[in-house]
Design a protein around this ligand. Structure first.
Ligand SMILES: [Zn+2]
Length: 286
């Protein structure tokens, strides 16, 4: 699933191609991506005609496309959702699901989704923040993000540190990749208990998360599973800058010890066994 930097790359690409444009026509090629619209695909398409896009917005990994009328198109990228701008005469990429045409006759917006866990839905009154995602916490790129408050709430939880970082109601935007990278940066084990974590360490990890996501954004994001691309269909190249994620058996960039991959929440956690030693039993919460 794309994390904050990848979604922000997509948001910026959409901002360049959408602001001020009015929808003339919507074609739903497969009903599954619009399944959250309860009145069906035809109604979804009809509801969008005549609406004009304002600036696309994001909170954490969640993206929405506000209209100037105060409603919004909520976009769930899921595992493999992508937006592309293409001339409306160009051949459709495989797995193209929804086409959006504009009154200016310019590039068509296409929603492509191979696995179809993602989708589009109309959020009434959702321009400022769709109700569907109002429980998502602010992310480190949000001007109103409050690091002290996140640190306080993190240390108030009785859980493991990586589990807390992945909790989108604590801090938005961090997924498996950037959690592992920030824990490595701060030299902390993923199962370190949050309730006994020193305040200084909590600040270090969260600061590292913001920094590594900013670096990834500057590289166009991470295209680790090849399913994430920007609106031009191009991949990001932060993959090569990853220190531990996806690097099992490779040397730690700091100390040279082989990186380990361990099972974690039905997925994996990557760590350097020397830089990120397992906490003592009393401080271990996986
Ligand atoms: Zn190391």
């Amino acid at each position: 699933m794309p994390e904050l930097p990848e979604v922000e790359v997509v948001r910026r690409g959409l901002a360049r191609g959408l602001i001020g444009r009015t929808i003339s026509d919507v074609v739903v090629l497969h009903p599954r991506p619009v399944r959250r619209h309860l009145l069906g695909a035809d109604d979804f398409a009809a509801q969008l005609i005549g609406r004009t896009f304002a600036e696309p917005r994001r909170r954490g990994k969640y993206l929405w496309l506000p209209f100037v009328d105060g409603d919004a198109l909520l976009a769930h990228l899921g595992m493999s959702g992508q937006f592309r701008f293409s001339p409306d005469s160009s051949e459709l990429a495989p797995n193209t699901r929804v086409l959006v045409n504009f009154t200016d006759g310019g590039a068509q917006l296409r929603f492509v989704d191979q696995r179809m866990f993602g989708g589009l839905s109309l959020s009434e009154g959702g321009a400022a923040l769709p109700a569907e995602i109002s429980h998502i916490a602010r992310d480190p790129f949000d001007p109103a993000y409050d690091l002290d408050d996140v640190v306080r709430r993190l240390r108030g939880k009785r859980t493991g540190l990586k589990r807390a970082l992945l909790d989108q109601q604590l801090v938005g935007g961090i997924g498996n990749i950037y959690a592992d990278e920030s824990l490595w940066q701060a030299r902390v084990h993923y199962a370190r208990a949050t309730d006994t974590l020193p305040r200084r360490t909590a600040i270090e990890v969260l600061t590292a998360a913001a920094a590594v996501m900013a670096q990834a954004l500057a590289s166009g994001g991470t295209s680790f599973d090849r399913l994430y691309v920007n609106v031009n269909g191009a991949s990001g190249y932060f993959d090569r800058s990853l220190a531990v994620y996806g690097r099992e058996h490779e040397p730690c960039p700091r100390c040279g010890t082989a990186i380990r991959r361990e099972p974690f929440m039905n997925r994996s956690a990557y760590r350097c066994p020397r830089c990120q030693r397992a906490p003592i039993a009393a401080h271990f919460r996986a």
